[in-house]
Design a protein around this ligand. Sequence first.
Ligand SMILES: Nc1nc2c(ncn2[C@@H]2O[C@H](COP(=O)(O)OP(=O)(O)OP(=O)(O)O)[C@@H](O)[C@H]2O)c(=O)[nH]1
Length: 186
Amino acid sequence: MTGTPGAAATRDGEGPERSPPCSPSYDLTGKNKVVTVDGVKVKLQIWDTAGQERFRSVTHAYYRDAQALLLLYDITNKSSFDNIRAWLTEIHEYAQRDVVIMLLGNKADVSSERVIRSEEGEMLAREYGVPFMETSAKTGMNVELAFLAIAKELKYRAGRQADEPSFQIRDYVESQKRRPSCCSFL
Ligand SMILES: Nc1nc2c(ncn2[C@@H]2O[C@H](COP(=O)(O)OP(=O)(O)OP(=O)(O)O)[C@@H](O)[C@H]2O)c(=O)[nH]1
């Protein structure tokens, strides 16, 4: 899924049909996930939207009730990156006002074909005030972190204790994310 949002929700319920898992070893979309945060299990129900070629026909039902949205672009595909702005506008209009959004630049393992610099992703994310990291569904780079950060944010919102320190998802992602190096895939 590139240039399109994936929705993660913690509640059960009917959702649009899921896409089949992609062939890389780590699946960014398309199945449910249980993430344990501070001993509490957070269930993420993940839906993949249609691809960018079907951009216009995607219904708002995909993300209208979502608690979190992962917006993915492909670092080797400029149009997938350009689509992100349109998605952010759509989301602003139709998604829940407090939806957790995360921007992911996927395929970070194929650095030889990169057309979107990491800084461009960072700038876009900063402009919209959302956390950002580059991922690879092939090597797994930052994939677990993306889900963990979302789960932490949702758990924090659901059961905030008076004495609990506040959780800042952008700070958390910045402190934990791995950056692709120039010479290796990880
Ligand atoms: N090298 C590499 N290939 C990837 C990665 N993620 C996905 N792919 C490959 O990219 C191709 C497209 O992946 P999809 O997940 O189907 O992409 P998509 O844009 O969601 O496709 P649609 O949902 O059909 O529009 C497949 O061949 C995947 O195996 C990645 O992180 N690294």
